[in-house]
Design a protein around this ligand. Sequence first.
Ligand code: PEP
Ligand code: MG
Length: 759
Amino acid sequence: MLNTLRKIVQEVNAAKDLNAALGIIVQRVREAMGSQVCSVYLLDPETSRFVLMATEGLNKRAIGKVSMALNEGLVGLVGTREEPLNLEHASEHPRYRYFAETGEERYASFLGSPIIHHRKVMGVLVIQQKERRKFDEGEEAFLVTMSAQLAGVIAHAEATGSIRGLGRQGKGIQEAKFVGVPGSPGAAVGRAVVVLPPADLEVVPDKTIDNIAAELTLFNNALEGVRSDMRALSAKMATQLRPEERALFDVYLMMLEDAALGNEVVKVICTGQWAQGALRQVIGEHVNRFELMDDAYLRERASDVKDLGRRLLAYLQQARQQTLVYPDNCILVSEELFPAMLGEVPEGKLVGLVSVQGSGNSHVAIFARAMGIPTVMGVVDLPYSKIDGIQLIVDGYHGEVFTNPSDVLRQQYAEVIEEERQLSQGLDALRGLPCETLDGHRMPLWVNTGLLADVKRAQERGAEGVGLYRTEVPFMIKERFPSEKEQLAIYREQLAAFHPLPVTMRSLDIGGDKALSYFPIKEENPFLGWRGIRVTLDHPEIFLVQTRAMLKASEGLNNLRILLPMISGIQELEEALHLIHRAWGEVRDEGIDVPLPPIGVMIEIPAAVYQVRELARQVDFLSVGSNDLTQYLLAVDRNNPRVADLYDFLHPAVLQALRIVVAGGHAEGKPVSICGEMAGDPAAAVLLMAMGFDGLSMNATNLPKVKWLLRQISMSKAQELLDQVMSIDSPQVIHSTLKLALRNLGLGRIINPASDIQA
Ligand code: PEP
Ligand code: MG
């Protein structure tokens, strides 16, 4: 059974378009279930009707013509109840509706299963049979499993069609909308540049080319490159492998011959497809054929073909690397964006980012916010490999991406972008003004840094200090651990740039979604694994070198503060303090006279909330990491787009935890700040100020907005709002209450840009 399912899904996945995919589904499911009819009905969102899209067994002329409303027929019933329906005699059911065009009167029994993708009903899969009989439990379970698996495949095929400008029934359509989650606010109109991970054949996009001869030369060079690699490998292995084992290289070489794979790729290139796209297509077809074989040995050969494909692709990518052009208004699109990719784009050209994986709390999104680049994350249904070079709109406020936008929509977004520009220009005037409420409460606004460009941006926006310097960022762009001297220089630059303002340097916080290429950590549950202080306590040599570098860098400046991430208990804190004291002693032994800097603990693990007083007693300050605290309190992986809807720093449980932390820190006489992304959300900042936080640290992009809002409100009004919010038990109601309250105060524009766009 599992094998049958796997084969069907694979075949459907390889189909060239939605119609072909549906055709395969009805044919294969009918065969697998031994039924006489199998049909797929898809819900047309425009007409709200289920349309017969493909059938084996019913009259094919009815395809595209027969449709039923949600409250019509058995298909409508399955779709609206979102449950399977298994009937021995369909026509006796009160909801049965007869469509003469289909010829279905001959079939007595009916089994229908809804096709649901991300909670949305996409259609209904039906099988029918002549004899009166109830389908058995196994058959019902098979159809339900099939529908669940096919939902994603159908969504993908449909999305691909819409990018080519085709609706469900092949009708021409304009733009298509893809929904993800907001990564970084703002809107952008530009052209997509798809960035590929190295040599991943499956995600190579289609691209049309004009110069076929040049493309053929590229491909022939790649062929020659792989051929000579194979010969060299074979010769190198001569002493280690037996001749029959070495025969594999001959098989590879044969496959590469002009008459085989190579020739097929050449044919596709001649149709105007670029070499990489042609290679993907040909290799994909061969791999599919092998994978569908029943013989286990032959199935395994699929991996040889894949390997060959990867080798050829690596050559093609190498040849093209220098020629990758980034247009003006470039929107980077990738299966998974990484911070390093952002740096590749020439300055001034990057206007937007789209990532299929990840969520608004992934670190790449945090960097995007710091850089002020509109970003949408977790656009899981986006067939991104098909969109290179097309026009896109990125709506980072709502987490939406539009392909091939209409002129009207582009105009609307151009207006939003202009409004934002004017708003931020207006906010520039706030730079020299203090962040003070209408009734005179001073709220220090600090900045989070990590990237080099952050320093300039922070200074331009009038930050009063650095609340979080993510030291892992300079580690991430190196090819090995930076030496003590190298670190010293980097930290010195940061401390000097802000001097005499304080700079809070966090000890290396790697793990989770922050990987170092030279120190890979592979774990099943990286966010619950070896992260932050856990890594550095296990590697005192890394921790000590880093601390010494920080201390030495602060010589004569004395504006350093040290912050410890991911502390889950007293013992970790004590061990870290011990190491810091040791490093301090060593530095002074070297004759460098620096005072011991203030040391703080991040409160970002629920255990630390409950031990906040014990922790506070041992340090000089506390800083809440609300990004992780939210993830751990709500048990929502901050990187997983499937559960991104559940990640909410305004969840009542998070708000209550924050209050406990502030109270605990203050009871021990220690200041409490917050450096998670929440602090940079203007509406949330009002609540945090009312809770009594002593400092808010945020990305430089959002700082002026937060300052503007806090200067327009009084502390007493903020406290009133906090009291109201704390009595609400639902996150959604908290969001709407806050929005409404700020709108009623005439402060809505800062929290809800682009709200008028209806697409
Ligand atoms: C946090 O967790 O809130 C935080 C500031 O740290 P990071 O986002 O780097 O994990
Ligand atoms: Mg954290």
